[in-house]
Write a protein that binds this ligand. Structure first.
Ligand SMILES: [Zn+2]
Length: 296
């Protein structure tokens, strides 16, 4: 059964629905996108419950595909990202990956760069791919539960699954527990609804009307993102849990997921590049270090 939820950032149950956003990503009833009337966090509400999400991830090719095509553009994409983490944590050390999209490709690259890596993943297919093919220690966990990991044990955490966590505040509490004092977290989320490309498309939709806009439109793949973070809401969430923001930026990632649409490719690429120049690229990346009091 789909579930309803309060705002994860401020706890309020006061929200407005965002019909245009809901339509924009082709969501069907009962799912809807809403915006917290108090703090502005945008989230899916109602949303699939935990069991439904587990089943979705087990059956959806995007999440169950262990072996991504390890092509040059993906390698460059993950290497660049890991280099940015390395700038924040030059001494490297132990790195925990939360989520092993594409079979732990990011962790494989981090390992090659000298990190001692391990991971957690909710999809058994992705976790076993990373274990069997990359010899990376990846635990399969239910609903992103880190309780099996010891306190104060990682120099850094890396995740590009943050938009999929049902309770991101609680996840940050778990992260601060397993991080060493002053440990670093790197989070990458899609800059969904806030990127220049999405803003242009939303405006076109408003001007043309949903029906006419549909002619030009290719619906994005449905990945059941539970949260749609802006720079502000993502920073506030981290700060509320004792992290201080070292860096928050948008990027134009050279990942095939962002560059695969053949129809109107030139327009898409131009909007990505232009958005990137003005802090409205398609990917939002944050690096923060923990300086708060650890949860007991
Ligand atoms: Zn709120």
């Amino acid at each position: 059964m789909p579930e309803t939820t309060n705002c994860n950032l401020c706890g309020s149950d006061n929200y407005r629905t965002k019909a245009r956003y809901t339509w924009f990503i082709d969501l069907n009833e009962p799912y809807e996108i809403c915006e917290c009337a108090e703090c502005g966090l945008i989230y899916l509400n109602p949303r699939p419950n935990t069991q439904e999400l587990i089943e979705l991830y087990a059956n959806e090719p995007y999440f169950s595909r262990g072996n991504a095509n390890r092509g040059a553009s993906r390698t460059e994409f993950y290497t660049n990202r890991m280099r940015r983490l390395e700038n924040a944590v030059p001494q490297k050390g132990r790195l925990l990956g939360i989520g092993c999209l594409e079979g732990g490709y990011a962790l494989e690259i981090a390992q090659d760069l000298g990190w001692e890596v391990s991971g957690v993943e909710s999809s058994e297919i992705l976790a076993s791919y990373a274990r069997d093919n990359l010899s990376i220690d990846v635990q399969t966990v239910d609903a992103w539960d880190l309780s099996g990991l010891p306190d104060d044990s990682f120099d850094a955490i890396y995740t590009h699954s943050f938009e999929h966590f049902s309770d991101p505040l609680a996840m940050l509490g778990q992260c601060s527990r397993v991080l060493k004092p002053s440990g670093t977290i790197m989070i990458e989320v899609p800059n969904q609804f806030y990127s220049l490309k999405d803003k242009v498309r939303l405006t076109a939709m408003e001007i043309l009307g949903n029906h006419r806009y549909k002619v030009f439109r290719k619906p994005p793949p449905l990945h059941f993102h539970l949260y749609f973070y802006s720079r502000m809401t993502l920073s506030q969430m981290l700060e509320s849990q004792g992290f201080s923001i070292d860096q928050i930026k948008t990027y134009v990632p050279w990942h095939p997921v962002y560059h695969s649409n053949k129809n109107g490719k030139w327009l898409q690429e131009s909007l990505y590049a232009l958005g990137g120049l003005f802090g409205a690229g398609p990917s939002l990346e944050l690096i923060a270090s923990f300086g708060g009091k650890k949860l007991e």
